[in-house]
Write a protein that binds this ligand. Sequence first.
Ligand code: NAD
Length: 477
Amino acid sequence: MSKTSITVAHGDGIGPEIMGATLHILESAGAQLDIETIEIGEKVYLSGNSAGISQDSLDSLLRTKIFLKAPITTPQGGGFKSLNVTTRKMLGLYANVRPCVAYHPFVQTKHQGMDVVIVRENEEDLYAGIEYQLSADVHQSLKIITRRGSERIVRYAFEYAKANGRKKVTCFTKDNIMKISDGLFHKVFDEIGAQYPEIEKEHWIVDIGAAKLADTPGAFDVIVMPNLYGDILSDVAAQIAGSVGLAGSSNIGMKYAMFEAIHGSAPRRAGQNLANPSGLLLGGVMMLAHIGQAEVAQRVHNAWLKTLEDGTHTYDIFKEGTSKNKVGTKEFAQAVVANLGKMPEQLKSVQYKTLPPLPEPPMPTYNKIDQVGVDIFVNWSKGDANELGSQIEKLGTDKLKLVFISNRGTKVYPGGLADTVKADQWRCRFEGKLGEIDQRDLLALYTSFVNGGFSIIKSEGLFFYDGQRGYSLGQGQ
Ligand code: NAD
C-alpha cells in the first residue's frame, strides 16, 4: 500500500501526549502515513497571529488535504478567531460526524446499548454569522439553508450508514415552524432517502426527537441534522453515552477532511502521562477509513475495544470493581498495540469501509422565477399600528399595494390586536400582480417611502419559483 500524506498538529495541553500515543498505535497497526507536522494553537495565537495558524501550515493542509488535529488551547481574552471555525469554513468541511457509543459494562453509562452517530451539517444555518442590529430594539441572525448544502449532508449520512452497516437514518428539523428553511432540509432528506430503499428512514421534530434521544437513545442509529440542532445534540449524545473522553469526530468536505477528539486540551492534566488518548485515536481511526485504509482502521478499533474489555483504563474511566489496571497514556497505547489482531469478546466488533467519492450536487434551476412583491422594513416608534398603517397605505404605487404590516412576524395592520406586544420595527408587505413586477416598480415604491419620510432598513423580495411561493405568510394573515 502506498503512503498517504497527512498533516498532523500536536496541539496544546494534553495534545502532544495523546497525539504521540495515537500515532504510535496507528503506525504499529500498519497505517501507511507520510506525516507533515505543523504548529497551531496557543503559541501561534500569542505570537500575534489571530487565526492561530500560519500560512505555511495552511499550505500543508492544502497540499495533503487530510488533517489529524490534537486539541488546542484558545487563549483567554478577545480577538482570537476560532481555529475550528476557520478550518471548517475555509476547507468546506460540510459534515461533522460524531459516533456516540456506550461501552457497558466496561465504562459507566446511563444508556447501556447506546450506539448513535450524529451527522451534523457544518457550514450553514445560523453559523453563517450574518447578524445585524436593525433598530434600538431588534437584533437579527440569518439562518441560511441551501439546497446543495442539504443534499451534500443528507447524502453523506446515507452513504455513511450504508458503508457502516447501519440500518436507519433519522432526520431532525423544526419544519412545522420554519417551513421554508427546515422544510427544505426535510424535503431533501425525503428525496435522497428514496434512493436508499434498504435503509429505514424517519423524521422527528427536533424538540421531541431530542427528548427521545436523551431518554431512549436505542431508538436511533444515524441522525442527520442542520448545524444548530446538531451542535447541541451531538454534545448531549456524547455526554449521555458517558464517553466524552472517548469520542472522536470527523469533519468531512468534498476535497479536505479533519479528524480530532471531541474534548479539549485539558491543560490541568498536561505533561503527567495521565490523559486518555482514546478520543483522538478514534478520530485517527475514522481518518484511516476515510483515506482508504479501512482494514487498518478496523484492526486498531477492535484492539482498542479489547483493551477496554481487559480493564486497562486511564484515570478518567477507571472504576474500582470493573477496571483492572490503572494506566497512563503511554501504557494504554502499549496495551492497545499488544492487542492488535485481537477481537473484543463482549463489545460489538467494528467493520469499516471507505466511502466512495460523493458527487457535487448541481446548482438548482427553475424555468420561471416571478416577483410578486416586496417586504419593506422600517423603524418607527411614534404611535400605534393603525397610525403607521394609514401613513404606509398612502405610499403604495399603481403596481404595488400594501397587503399588511407585521411586527415580529405577527400581522398588526389592518385589523391587528391592540394588545400584541410590538418592537420598534415593522415589516410592510406590498404585492402586485404575479409576473408584472420589475425593479423599476420597486424603485418607485422605495422613492415613495423616502418621500414619505421613512428610512428603509432592509427589504426582501417576494418571489414564486415555478409557481411555488418562496416566502412565508405573516402570522394571522
Ligand atoms: P476539556 O475537554 O479540555 O476538559 C474537560 C474535562 O475533561 C477536564 O476535567 C479534563 O481534565 C477532562 N478531560 C478532557 N480530555 C481528557 C482526556 N483525553 N483524558 C482525560 N481527561 C480528559 O474542556 P475545557 O476544560 O472546557 O477546555 C480546555 C481548553 O480546551 C480550552 O482552552 C478550550 O478552548 C480548549 N478546547 C479545545 C477544543 C479543540 O481544540 N477541539 C475543544 C474543546 C475545548
